[in-house]
Write a protein of this length. Structure first.
Length: 186
């Protein structure tokens, strides 16, 4: 499976200007700092939704694609059809492992939200891998956004799942929590 970033929309200057509008301040001129971006992302204030990324998974298993299509806020999906009249292949004979292209347009808040569910160890290994592939494809483009993405247990500071994997009881969890929160109270 391969992830391709198609486009990036919005600017951090625009996010900062909208944030200033909400608190009755004038637009600024300098680029926001890395710390400001991280804090803005972690508090998930509405202007972060201006940062949008259009991407595509190529050769994604159909059943994994279905996991992502279930997310509907802040994301739009376009998945290659399996309709018999379009492909000439009887879709009733296709397995759930058939590979599809899955294109999507997603905003920063949705990336954070989806990460909470799809980075959880209760998500399927294949779904976690697909989401990690996407996140690592944006690490150079949006490093602060990448850093704001964590499984729900890190995001909340504890696990609420009915059937916990136990990760929240490990030293690795404690370290992940420190890294996630680093710099936000400075």
């Amino acid at each position: 499976m391969k992830v391709k970033i198609l486009e990036r929309f919005g600017s951090w200057r625009g996010v900062a200007d909208s944030a200033n509008t909400t608190i009755h301040k004038k637009e600024g001129t300098k680029e926001p700092s890395e710390l400001w971006k991280k804090r803005m992302l972690l508090c998930e204030h509405s202007p972060i939704r201006q940062i949008q990324i259009k991407a595509r998974w190529e050769d994604l298993k159909s059943w994994v694609s279905v996991h992502f299509v279930r997310h509907k806020f802040g994301i739009e999906h376009w998945v290659r059809t399996q309709r018999t009249d379009r492909t000439g292949i009887d879709r009733n004979g296709l397995s759930q492992d058939v590979l599809v292209e899955h294109e999507f347009l997603i905003n920063a808040q949705a990336i954070i939200s989806i990460s909470r569910k799809r980075l959880c160890k209760q998500a399927s290994k294949e779904t976690r891998q697909a989401w990690n592939d996407f996140l690592y494809s944006i690490i150079d483009l949006e490093p602060e956004l990448f850093q704001a993405c964590a499984p729900d247990c890190i995001y909340r500071g504890y696990c609420y799942e009915f059937k916990s994997c136990g990760f929240h009881k490990t030293d690795e969890f404690k370290e992940g929590l420190k890294i996630y929160r680093k710099g936000i109270n400075e």
